[in-house]
Write a protein that binds this ligand. Structure first.
Ligand code: GLC
Length: 407
């Protein structure tokens, strides 16, 4: 089978890393399949895909189209009007892009176009010359982006199957699209050789240009893009509530990754938040660390604090595979990954007091951290081994090719 993966970004956010895991898993299961990947901009995804044996290329989307996006959630008032207006302004570049994508699809001549990201879903549906089955891989809740959901609904007949990264996202997709297209949940997986308890650890203090932390310090970190819903404010607020006599130091790892307008914090904003919460001296901003497993291993406690329901939460699975003690915001797909009190602790999304209590509990009990970490690693080994991805995706691809609907 010939595969074309279409990404919505050239960066390495969760959706793109999940895409790379799929490519690796397929490469191993079906070594003879030609795997092509097309990104809308150059970036680390392209080199990473090439390194694992995909033919990776860039079809530049151009500045007008790159920045179009719909922020998720309740703060997104007016976004529908804005999205449609911006799409209307970008009609000429959009038509040009569809032409180029159509000829690229003809050239690659794939059986399947497997798309990742809302823009990629739409562009593939609108540009498929009818030779491939288009499969949308949902990494986020379409229900939280009503304007995009409307566009996707109108393009549904050009999609053969929908894959969702959690049961929760699958449920949301069925609510948005009905049963016209099969929705198949395929939970993400991780590279268990890379995300493992043993291995090099990043020097988080040096990475941020500070002197190494004092011995005995408990390191607690949030590793995420700077998306506004990733819970940085909750995390900083929680850190301010942890008593100062506990030797806790906090790390914010990551950066603003995507180019969509209005959706992210800047570093300066987060630093100001830390200062306002009175924790500037207890928080280190490390920036983006590409070898994220080395950062996870350097932390004693990994916090996931998303304030909106997290569709999956790759970093949770990765931290578990590294045998870390994890605190998870209990909502969405993230809650499918853990058993509270057994392999993780949880808190209600946005509840800084509850998060502070969990941090305090773990920071003062090394035995509890070790028990949770060991159980987390066992769960990850059982549920998140990425050889499972090909096993679950191959039947979807085969069915899609056999029952191709109208182009
Ligand atoms: C998106 C989701 C995240 C998920 C990732 C990979 O980034 O927001 O929850 O882990 O995709 O599927």
């Amino acid at each position: 089978m010939r595969m074309l993966f279409l990404s919505g970004s050239g960066e390495l956010g969760g959706a793109e890393r999940s895409l790379l895991d799929i490519v690796s898993s397929l490469r191993q299961a079906e070594p003879s399949w030609p795997l092509h990947l097309l990104a809308p901009a150059d970036g680390p995804l392209v080199a990473a895909a090439a390194a694992i044996g995909a033919q990776a290329a860039v079809l530049p989307l151009g500045p007008e189209l790159v920045r179009i996006g719909e922020p998720s959630g309740d703060g997104a008032t007016g976004s529908r009007v804005e999205l449609v207006a911006r799409l209307a302004q970008a009609l000429a570049p959009l038509a040009g892009y569809r032409r180029r994508l159509r000829s690229e699809i003809r050239e690659v001549s794939p059986d399947i176009v497997h798309t990742h990201g809302l823009k990629a879903h739409l562009l593939a549906a609108w540009s498929n010359p009818g030779i491939a089955s288009v499969i949308w891989h949902l990494h986020d809740y379409v229900g939280r982006r009503p304007a995009s959901a409307g566009l996707l609904r109108r393009s549904l007949r050009r999609c053969t199957a929908i894959i969702a990264n959690s049961l929760s996202v699958a449920h949301d997709a069925r609510a948005a699209f009905g049963d016209r297209v099969p929705v198949v949940p395929v939970l993400n997986a991780v590279d268990l050789t890379r995300f493992a308890p043993q291995g090099p650890r990043a020097d988080l203090d040096r990475a941020a240009g500070r002197l190494a932390g004092a011995p005995g310090v408990v390191r607690v970190g949030l590793l995420a893009t700077f998306g506004r819903w990733k819970g940085h404010a909750t995390f900083l607020d929680a850190c301010a509530r942890v008593p100062r006599d506990l030797p806790v130091h906090a790390y914010v790892i990551g950066g603003p990754l995507y180019q969509t307008d209005h959706s992210q914090y800047s570093l300066a904003e987060l630093q100001a938040l830390a200062a306002r919460a009175g924790v500037a001296d207890r928080v280190t901003f490390c920036g983006f660390i590409p070898a994220s497993e080395t950062a996870l291993r350097a932390l004693d406690i990994v916090v996931h604090a998303s304030t909106d329901p997290e569709p999956f939460g790759l970093v949770i699975a990765e931290a578990m595979a590294c045998g870390r003690a994890v605190i998870v915001a209990d909502a969405g797909g993230a809650r499918e990954l853990v058993t509270p009190g057994v392999d993780a602790l949880t808190h209600t999304p946005g509840d800084a007091a509850a998060l502070a209590a969990r941090i305090q509990e773990l920071a003062s009990d090394a035995g509890l951290r070790a028990r949770l970490g060991a159980a987390a690693q066992a769960t990850a080994t059982r549920r998140f081994d990425r050889t499972r991805l090909a096993m679950e995706l191959l039947p979807v691809y085969r069915r899609a090719v056999a029952g191709r609907p109208l182009a």
